[in-house]
Structure formats: C-alpha cells, structure tokens
Design a protein around this ligand. Sequence first.
Ligand SMILES: NC(=O)c1ccc[n+]([C@@H]2O[C@H](COP(=O)([O-])OP(=O)(O)OC[C@H]3O[C@@H](n4cnc5c(N)ncnc54)[C@H](OP(=O)(O)O)[C@@H]3O)[C@@H](O)[C@H]2O)c1
Length: 279
Amino acid sequence: MAILIIGATGNIGRNLVGTLLESRQQLLLGVREPEQARDIWQFRAHYIPFDFRAPETFEPALSQVERCFFIAPHDNPVPSVKLFLQHARHLKQLTFSSGRTTGGVEGKPLNTIEKMIWESFIPATILRPGWFMQNFTGWIGDDIRGERKIVLPAGGSKTAFIDVRDIAEVAALTLIHGGHTGHTYELVSDEAFDHYQVAGMISRAIGEQVDYLPLDPMDYIKRMMKKGWPRDIAEHTVELYRLVMEGLEAETTPDVEEILGRKPRRLGDFIEEHKEAFK
Ligand SMILES: NC(=O)c1ccc[n+]([C@@H]2O[C@H](COP(=O)([O-])OP(=O)(O)OC[C@H]3O[C@@H](n4cnc5c(N)ncnc54)[C@H](OP(=O)(O)O)[C@@H]3O)[C@@H](O)[C@H]2O)c1
C-alpha cells in the first residue's frame, strides 16, 4: 500500500519524497495543486487533491493508505487537523512533523495537535525539528545575498540547527520500519551556534564579510512589514525567536544519531555545500 505524504512540495516533504522514492516506496502525494506537484515528481508518484481547508478531500486520500506523513497548515490548523484525525483512525503509522520548542509549549497550535494525536490512539511518531539550516539559503538568505547581513531578532543566543535532509531521513524510517511508534524525537545537529558565529562561517565560505545584525522585536516587525510581510507573520516569527533568546533551542540531542546510526549533518558542511546560494 502507498504512503500518503501531505506537504510534499515543502522543505521537508520534497526531501522525504526523494528519500522514499530511493527506497522504492509507493507514494500518494496529497497536494493542493496536483498538476504543479506532477511537474516535480512526474510519474514516480500518484497524486490526489488534498487541502486542510477542504474536509471533503480527507477521506478519498486517507482511505487509500495505512501510513501517512503530515505537517500542519499555517492558518488556524487545530480545527482542520482535529477533523483530519477523525478520518485517520485506521492508520497503522502516522508521522507528524511538529516544532522543537512550540511543540512543547502549552497552548501553541503544534502542542495542541501533538496532544490530539496521542489522544486519538493512532500509532504515531512525532518529530520536533529545530530551526532548519535551509532557512539560511531560503528566506534569511535574501538579506545575506542582498545586504551581506543576517538580520534576526535572535539576540546572542545559540541554536542547534537541523538539516532538513536529516528530518526527511528520520521521517522515512518511521514510515518504512516499525519501532518508532509512541516516540517524540527532537531533531537537531550535534552543535549549536549563535548568529554571529553563523555569519562568520558564511563569510569564510564565500570569502566576503557577512555581519549579523540582531534587531529588537519591534524593529524586526517594522523591517519585515516594509519588505511586504503581513504583520501576523512578522509577529509570529518574533514570537518564535523569543524562544531562541530564552535559550530553548540551544541544547543538542542524540536523537538523529541514535535513529540514523550516523552523526547528523553539520552547519559548517551545509554552508560549504551551498556557498553558491549566498552569492
Ligand atoms: N522553518 C523552520 O526552521 C522550521 C523549524 C521547525 C519547525 N518548522 C515547522 O515545519 C513546518 C513547515 O514545514 P516545511 O518547511 O517543510 O513546509 P513549507 O516549505 O512551508 O511548505 C508547506 C507545505 O504545506 C503544504 N500546505 C500548505 N497549506 C496546506 C493546506 N491547507 N493543505 C494541504 N497542504 C498544505 C504546501 O503545499 P502547496 O504546495 O500546496 O503550497 C507545502 O507543501 C511548519 O509546521 C513549521 O512550523 C519549521
């Protein structure tokens, strides 16, 4: 039977689909725009319309599978995921990618979703990844490329980052092999850096000076709104970095190495591998 992947076009999902296809798994990709997803994966997977905002898409997708991976949608996710879980009771494995700190903070949507999963008694695994290394080539990378700056409301606190490819490999194992049901894994690398150090690492890799500019939350919100971000997204980002400033993202964990049987990918190697993306 195929594995249903929801979020297949996103950062984690793209890597997860790639990893599962390498393992010759049959995949059903639940996507909002099947035609766009088909441009990526062609005939190597099957596609079905799936939208958390359209509950009528839940049953047709879920009824074809016994294993499923999903991430929560951004907008008001709790009611739709609650309904989704009601259609997922037959699953033999559900893997949910949550968030390292927000997954554990009472009242946050990802924490509520984690609780709903455990209360549903669906055999499940919860992944709590830290901040993605890929952010530095993605949305944070715009400032690096444009202004040679990392601009964030992260103060001088350290973060243990994670390479999305490691999240995907762990997720793939939970879906293919048994033994991970009932576990929550904190997925981070085995080192932590503050953003001054990250700027230094990128500078050395590209041979040009990149500085870290720590902003206070209000200045960051103003800056991002000027760049076109909606206020609620800017405020949400500041809220997430408040957890970084409290030091909650700094500790490393052994989880990736214990599951994959090798060291997690490291930020220095990621930067070296992707140095063209900063130019
Ligand atoms: N960025 C980080 O550093 C970080 C760290 C820890 C945790 N997280 C968490 O990771 C998750 C994001 O994962 P990601 O970066 O892999 O995703 P992403 O790149 O932001 O992509 C979102 C994916 O979700 C799909 N999607 C969006 N709304 C949907 C809906 N209503 N119904 C069905 N699918 C929908 C999108 O599909 P379309 O192609 O249709 O748009 C896309 O595939 C979030 O929960 C975030 O809080 C992020």
